[in-house]
Design a protein around this ligand. Structure first.
Ligand code: AMP
Ligand code: ZN
Length: 140
């Protein structure tokens, strides 16, 4: 897509620090890392949402992301990694070309997700929610 910064990075028109590339995906250093070594894995093909990425490419993104995570764990500074993908503005997606974050983590890295845990009113509310999701789930 002509105006997409990540399409330009994958095509070499805008510089980035490459970590890995193949015919389906491109991985490079995030310009504003949560921790040094924070990597983004993108499909070469432009997709705004992860949901439209062909299964082979999506699978490659996940595998490459996880293997980069393992490489990061081998560095002295890190013990673990997070995979993160924001799909949609309300979820925090800023660049509208789907991308998988690989975020290296250390036990003392002082970074905390703003995670919360709310409760369902009761079991019926849980079941109703599950049915609602299933009603809208289309895998073809
Ligand atoms: P998200 O909020 O999931 O859309 O994340 C977008 C990410 O892209 C942010 O972490 C940015 O730091 C990163 N980013 C934006 N522009 C560039 C760029 N030119 N090169 C590398 N990373 C970028
Ligand atoms: Zn794009």
């Amino acid at each position: 897509m002509a105006d997409c910064i990540f399409c330009k990075i994958a095509g070499g028109a805008i510089p980035a620090v490459k970590i890995y590339e193949d015919e389906l995906v491109f991985a490079f250093l995030d310009i504003g890392p949560i921790n040094p070594g924070h990597v983004l894995v993108i499909p070469r093909e432009h997709h705004e949402s992860a949901s439209t990425i062909p299964e082979t490419t999506a699978g490659r993104m996940f595998r490459v992301g996880a293997r980069i995570g393992i490489a990061l764990k081998r560095l002295d500074a890190y013990d673990a990694y997070n995979l993160h993908l924001a799909d949609g503005t309300a979820a925090g997606q800023v660049v509208m070309h789907a991308h998988l974050h690989v975020i290296p983590r250390g036990v003392n890295d002082q970074f905390h997700w703003n995670w919360r845990q709310i409760a369902y009113a009761d079991d019926a509310a849980k079941t109703a929610m599950a049915e609602e999701i299933q009603k809208h789930l289309h895998l073809d």
